[in-house]
Design a binder for this molecule. Structure first.
Ligand code: NAD
Length: 253
């Protein structure tokens, strides 16, 4: 069997109803994994094609990752449907707000922190507990950070967002170090500029960002899904605590 195969494994993706999360869910299914998603919205049509296209089981749950109670309920429901089996978790749910540093309200700041940092942290914690309880031998947690954890986003006012993504990238090696004894690997992905609902309100910025990208092209969500398959699979067996930038070269140019 290919080292990239995820056949028979079970994956959970938060924020999987659309955008990057949906692309990750599709990629994991393409490699053979059964896939569950947690989101506050109903999945877009493409999610419902995954099951018949790839012959895997899919489920979606209404979960707000910023609430520990909602997350715990989601994991309980997931456990009932998938018999406790969990091999891969991708905490991808995230929000952004284009607001200046001097104008960022406490409400804006706490919303960003509660979804992007607390939501990622406790999703990873509950996933790790499920993996440990189930004695998985292939545990892989893939946090979703951003190039915003490396650099300011040109023409966008997103200091609090950048802070949340820096927190995700920084927590990755520390969580990895604690989970290594359970055979669970923890890595992060930092996507570059991706065309999704998150970036859709800024078409003029998407145009201007093209100049910063080595290959001159804004990514589509499917452009970043290969990295998720790699990190979820045994092909990356020797990799933990790392960040994988999938950014068309933005951070190296
Ligand atoms: P998106 O807005 O299309 O998708 C985000 C998903 O998260 C949505 O389905 C949304 O409903 C869900 N979500 C939001 N709050 C939630 C909550 N409290 N509980 C559960 N689900 C919630 O955006 P996207 O671009 O696909 O972003 C996905 C991830 O990728 C985010 O973490 C984002 O920061 C990161 N990212 C995006 C880009 C980009 O250019 N689009 C770049 C780097 C990183």
């Amino acid at each position: 069997m290919s080292r990239f195969s995820l056949k028979g494994r079970t994956a959970l993706v938060t924020g999987g109803a659309r955008g990057c999360g949906l692309a990750f869910a599709e990629g994991l299914a393409e490699a053979g994994a059964h896939v569950a998603i947690f989101d506050i919205i109903d999945p877009v049509e493409a999610f419902f094609d995954i099951e018949k296209t790839y012959g895997v089981k899919t489920c979606h749950y209404k979960v707000d990752v910023s609430s520990l109670e909602s997350l715990e309920e989601g994991f309980e429901a997931f456990k009932k449907d998938f018999g406790g089996s969990l091999d891969i978790c991708v905490p991808c749910a995230g929000v952004n707000k284009n607001v200046g540093f001097l104008d960022t309200s406490l409400e804006d700041f706490e919303r960003l922190m509660s979804v992007n940092v607390r939501g990622v942290y406790y999703t990873a914690q509950l996933a790790a507990k499920a993996m440990i309880a189930n004695k998985t031998t292939h545990g892989s947690i893939i946090l979703v950070a951003s190039i915003a954890s490396y650099m300011a986003i040109r023409s966008q006012m997103s200091s609090a967002y950048c802070g949340t993504k820096g927190a995700v990238r920084a927590m990755c090696p520390a969580i990895a170090a604690e989970l290594v004894k359970y055979g669970i690997r923890v890595n992060s992905i930092s996507p570059g500029y991706v065309r999704t609902e998150m970036t859709a309100p800024f078409p003029h910025l998407l145009e201007s960002w093209k100049d910063e990208i080595m290959n001159g092209r804004i990514a589509m969500p499917e452009d970043i899904r290969g990295g998720c398959i790699f990190l979820a699979s045994d092909a990356s067996f020797y990799m933990t605590g790392q960040d994988l930038c999938i950014d068309g070269g933005v951070t190296k140019w």
